[in-house]
Write a protein that binds this ligand. Structure first.
Ligand code: ZN
Length: 408
């Protein structure tokens, strides 16, 4: 099911000489208008300059140094955008520094992720201060691998009843003050915050997030159906790792899950690794959320890419066995060892969705959630050339970011 060899992070680097003109032909391209079977795409100056359904290579004027790539019928998809990922290849966003961030982004780009939100854990405020500062300064540099698009704060305003693998000692009451402070320091950095809407003060936080263009997401929550309705009225638009660490559906009190399933204002993330959620429950999500409101995420922890053994997540000891990560104490599932291409393969093979639909879940919908769909998340003329070439067996063959080949 997985494809994790644990080799060193990405081969190419952005900003080096690979950034040039590329013509990719004989590709099965997932476009906004559907799948084009034998099509062609022209990349210039980091963007998609031309998209041609008829593979008419001779019609394109190429400069002398342009590279031509015969895709031999492989899929050409928009790069994946992972809005919920804690780390990989031994590194954790909570320990952020340049080397750690290179390791995480260099690992996940090999599995097709071209954009990601650095996701924090429930932790003391001073630790979160440091993570935000480190991620912010990294984002000012030439990021060589997958691009950090901002930060997803998972907690600390969550429920004591549903900590999952979050450290319960650091759960804090919802408060706008911390967010105000971080927003002053780094106005563009926070993109998503996960909280428990039933907690006192949460609705005020949700309204603040809405007013500042930051995604308000429910997760690690004991919210009733009515709590989520009230939160959505204030601007809640998203649910993290749907079904995991939230109040389950009961037919007389539909709970968080029931509200997320039925409220069209709320998009839903799912961890599609076959361990966190049964394939039938994912199928249910694909039916109720249709093509527009479902997102694949990894929720990957540092163990992703490294195999079984002892690890740490947010300061808590974790044991990974057969790719399944659980807290040593209490046995809660603790993040995943998933990559985005694993998740796409899982929903295609085990849930039975098309590659086109899975691509929307993994790229288009996260771009839309982050309001970055004007330049990211789909293959269309004028958009940023963040592209992945994927074999018929759904293995990553090549990855480009802004037209530069990072993996190939
Ligand atoms: Zn979580």
């Amino acid at each position: 099911m997985t494809n994790k060899q644990g080799s060193a992070p990405g081969q190419g680097q952005l900003g080096q000489e690979q950034q040039h003109e590329v013509l990719i032909y004989n590709a099965k391209i997932v476009t906004e208008q559907g799948v084009w079977d034998n099509a062609m795409l022209h990349v210039k100056d980091g963007n998609i300059a031309l998209l041609d359904e008829h593979n008419d290579i001779d019609a394109v004027k190429l400069s002398s140094g342009a590279q031509q790539i015969d895709a031999k019928g492989s899929w050409l998809l928009p790069g994946f955008i992972d809005v919920h990922v804690h780390g990989g290849y031994g590194a954790d966003f909570m320990d952020s520094n340049k080397e750690i961030l290179d390791t995480i982004t260099g690992f996940h780009v090999k599995y097709g992720t071209t954009g990601m939100l650095a996701t924090s854990m429930t932790a003391p405020k001073a630790d979160l201060d440091r993570v935000l500062a480190e991620v912010n300064s990294y984002m000012q540099t030439d990021m060589p691998y997958a691009q950090l698009l901002g930060v997803h704060l998972e907690g600390p305003f969550i429920s004591h009843k549903w900590p999952g693998a979050q450290n319960p000692n650091f759960i804090a009451p919802p408060q706008v003050e911390w967010l105000e402070e971080w927003h002053q320091l780094y106005p563009q950095l926070m993109k998503q915050l996960t909280l428990a809407p039933e907690r006192e003060g949460a609705l005020e936080v949700i309204a603040w997030l809405r007013d500042h263009g930051i995604v308000a997401a429910c997760g690690h929550t004991d919210s009733s159906y009515a709590d989520i309705q009230a939160a959505a009225n204030e601007g809640l638009t998203h649910a993290v790792h749907t079904f995991n660490a939230m109040k389950a559906l009961h037919h007389r009190e539909p709970g968080t899950v029931g509200a997320v399933l039925t409220d069209e204002r709320i998009s839903a993330e799912v961890i599609a690794d076959g361990l966190h959620v049964h394939p039938a429950a994912i199928r249910l999500l694909t039916q109720v959320k249709q093509q527009q409101n479902l997102l694949l995420i990894t929720d990957a922890m540092s163990a992703a890419g490294l195999g079984d053994g002892d690890y740490e997540l947010g300061g808590l000891p974790v044991v990974v066995k057969n790719g399944e990560a659980r807290l040593k104490e209490g046995n809660s599932l603790a993040g995943s060892t998933l990559t985005m291409i694993d998740a796409l393969r899982f929903v295609v093979r085990e849930v039975g969705v098309s590659v086109e639909a899975a691509s929307r879940y993994a790229s288009g919908n996260p771009a839309k959630l982050l309001r970055m769909d004007d330049r990211l998340g789909s293959i269309a003329k004028g958009k940023q050339a963040d592209l992945i070439l994927v074999s018929p067996e759904l293995e990553i063959e090549r990855v480009w970011i802004r037209g530069s080949e990072i993996v190939g």
